[in-house]
Write a protein that binds this ligand. Structure first.
Ligand code: NAI
Length: 254
């Protein structure tokens, strides 16, 4: 099955590093015209592959979002695919979470997704097609202790996705959320944890290995393709079995 994304205009938020940078590079490798948005970018070329354009944008700022979307539409004539990858984590118990932390988490994860969708969707409506892909998390379904702000914000992203999928259905725009599992990045520092702690986390996965950003990108490339045109309003689990069973480590004799 060939997933032809050549010349599609793809916008990826939070794409200066981590999963977003790989998503951007992978779409570019498929021949898409990719614009990465982020608060700042490291100096030098983004990757060794095809070029990814970089635009500074704060997804929590409506003016910044509008300016970035206007720039992309002016330059490329429209937007075919929007990946709302930008996100932040908040790691504290409910009683220890201050208001500013709670608000910031919702501003970026939910507010940023809302603002980007609101700015981009009219351009998709104008041509009667489009793909919106929103980063949720397994935490939207099964949260951890100390993840209230993050988990609640990701659950909100899932509901936003469902509502928007219905509102944009008449325009042939699909809207889906996806739930990665545990991808070692700057956000979580999994790879730097003591071995025993890493083992404890890996023991929660049916596939018992860290997820790579490419595992996420593989899914998104499919969801962005014409072959996924009948999939909308869903949360796609790409977590290696994080949500499947209670004690998957038993299958490993652990
Ligand atoms: P990361 O922390 O490595 O990268 C996040 C990027 O978002 C950074 O480049 C950051 O500058 C950007 N960003 C933050 N606030 C922004 C704003 N206001 N405007 C524009 N850009 C902003 O995170 P990672 O691990 O790559 O995660 C990417 C997405 O995947 C997030 O939404 C995260 O919640 C989600 N996710 C990640 C998992 C993991 O295991 N790493 C698991 C489940 C979901």
């Amino acid at each position: 099955m060939e997933l032809d994304l050549r010349d599609r205009v793809v916008v990826v938020t939070g794409a200066a590093r981590g999963i977003g940078a790989v998503i951007a590079a992978r779409f570019a490798a498929e021949g898409a015209r990719v614009v990465a948005l982020d608060l700042a970018f490291p100096a030098g070329p983004a990757n060794d592959g095809p070029a990814v354009e970089q635009v500074v944008c704060d997804v929590t700022d409506p003016d910044s979002v509008q300016a970035a979307v206007d720039w992309v539409v002016e330059r490329h004539g429209g937007i075919d695919v929007l990946v709302n990858n930008a996100g932040i984590v908040a790691d504290s118990t409910v009683l220890e979470t201050d208001w500013a932390t709670w608000q910031k988490c919702f501003d970026v994860n939910v507010g940023g997704t809302f603002l980007m969708c609101r700015a981009v969707a009219p351009h998709m409506q104008a041509v009667g097609r489009g793909r919106i892909l929103n980063a949720a998390s397994f935490a939207a379904i099964v949260p951890s202790v100390g993840s209230a702000a993050y988990a609640a914000s990701k659950a909100a992203v899932v509901q936003l996705t469902r509502v928007l999928s219905s509102e944009l259905g008449p325009h042939e725009i699909t809207v889906n959320a996806y739930a990665p599992g545990m991808v070692p990045t700057t956000m979580n520092g999994f790879a730097d944890m003591p071995a025993a702690q890493q083992d404890r986390l890996l023991d929660t996965l049916s596939l018992r290995r860290w997820e790579s950003p490419d595992d996420v990108a593989d899914l998104l490339i499919f969801l962005a393709s014409d072959q996924a045109s009948y999939i909308t309003g869903t949360l796609v689990d790409v977590s290696g079995g994080k949500l499947a069973t209670q004690i998957p480590a038993k299958a490993y004799g652990r």
